[in-house]
Design a protein around this ligand. Structure first.
Ligand SMILES: Nc1ncnc2c1ncn2[C@@H]1O[C@H](COP(=O)(O)OP(=O)(O)OP(=O)(O)O)[C@@H](O)[C@H]1O
Ligand SMILES: [Mg+2]
Length: 373
């Protein structure tokens, strides 16, 4: 029990720690994405400005190229008709051409710088957007991992592990119960048989009448022991369950109890379907068996009633007595045996539901529902 709790606790701790680390990672990724998004907003507005400036410069350059060309043409004309122009005109034409060319080269320089800036901004934005895409994919993966860790999937895995542990635990308790049954029943009775046989052999010579009576008693004792052993074997695994099915096996159990104890068992059955899953059969049988054991052992009821319905979708079992009843909560907090606990564990294994209703002096009612698929 301790082993189970500690390993489940360790597993929980590992899951929690991993989930926390992933949550931290998720926050960091989100932080990085946010700062990249902010940087992108700045880059984008800078790019818009740069492109606007660039288009103005480009049109300036275009205009200046035309003016430069015009200035060149003018100089060419002056050179061709040198005689027709005065010195002043010639100087002014050269000065104009020079200043236009200077302006053009400075504007071209500005254009080159702006083109470079635009290209750099565009490259940065492309890189950032690629990073954002990666971060988004990573965020999604991390969210899925987190969901996986904290959500149903892990719960289901853990549940499976828990059920495995419960099966082992139930088996251990079953072994304890069998050894207790053998110890309290046939083992003690056999010790008594040995004692009686020794006594008979001692008195056989001088009191043959007494010895005869002892031997007669012995026969009766051995017959009872044989019955006890048969019951224990039957309890271990009712042979008919797999061969005949649930209803005939429960009928046989009810007959055994009617023959052996003072309790009268009434069995009502409705069989509209069959139970395919042998585990469902076994679990249902065990619950009925333990409920009847408890009625015989504890209830002081004269009757026990079983309603057993095998339907298409559900297996429904109701078992009740009219005995002294008990305080369910109290017994659950402070169990005196394994019977009720085992019932619940078994029912959980086959995804069923069990309720135990009882109160002192009002009898006990066990309701069992197991999906029949
Ligand atoms: N039908 C019943 N009528 C009255 N009391 C009951 C009934 N069923 C259970 N109880 C009470 O609940 C207690 C717990 O039952 P449970 O089957 O868990 O253990 P047990 O029968 O004492 O031991 P075990 O089943 O391990 O042999 C019983 O000791 C008894 O006091
Ligand atoms: Mg019991």
């Amino acid at each position: 029990m301790m082993e189970k709790f500690s390993s489940t606790k360790v597993l929980d701790q590992i899951v929690n720690k991993t989930a926390l680390a992933i949550e931290e990672g998720k926050k960091e990724i989100f932080g990085i994405s946010e700062s990249v998004r902010r940087e992108n907003a700045t880059l984008e507005s800078e790019l818009v400005m740069t492109k606007a400036k660039l288009s103005i410069i480009i049109s300036d350059v275009d205009k200046l190229e035309i003016r430069t060309q015009m200035a060149k043409n003018m100089i060419k004309t002056i050179n061709e008709h040198f005689d027709e122009f005065g010195e002043k005109d010639i100087r002014e034409a050269y000065e104009l051409s020079e200043s236009v060319q200077l302006l053009l080269s400075s504007k071209r320089h500005e254009e080159r710088e702006l083109v470079e800036k635009r290209n750099t901004l565009e490259r940065m934005l492309r890189n950032n957007n690629e990073m954002l895409k990666k971060a988004e994919v990573l965020e999604m993966k991390v969210s899925v991992a987190l969901e996986y860790l904290t959500g149903n999937v892990v719960e289901q895995i853990k549940e499976k592990k828990d059920i495995g542990l419960k099966i082992i635990e139930a088996q251990e308790q079953e072994k304890k119960r069998i050894s207790r049954d053998i110890h309290d029943g046939p083992a003690q009775s056999l010790a008594n048989v040995i004692y009686k046989a020794e006594y008979a052999s001692k008195v056989i010579d001088h009191a043959p009448g007494k010895a005869k009576k002892e031997i007669y008693d012995l026969q009766e004792d051995v017959r009872n022991i044989l019955n006890d052993i048969r019951r224990i074997i039957y309890d271990l695994m009712p042979m008919s369950l797999d061969d005949l099915g649930l209803v005939p096996t429960v009928k046989k159990l009810a007959m055994n109890i009617n023959d052996s104890y003072k309790v009268k068992v009434h069995l009502n059955t409705v069989q509209e379907s069959v139970v395919e899953d042998s585990l469902v059969n076994l679990m249902a049988f065990r619950v009925i068996q333990e409920s009847l054991n408890n009625i015989v052992k504890h209830s002081k009821s004269k009757t026990a009633t079983i309603d057993l319905q095998i339907l298409d979708d559900f297996l429904k079992v109701d078992i009740w007595d009219e005995g002294k009843g008990f305080n369910v909560e109290e017994i659950e907090h402070n169990p005196s045996g394994y019977g009720l606990y085992n019932m619940k564990e078994r029912v959980e294994i086959v995804n069923g539901d069990i309720s135990i209703e009882s109160s002192p002096k009002k009898g006990t009612h066990i309701k069992l529902r197991i999906p029949n698929q």
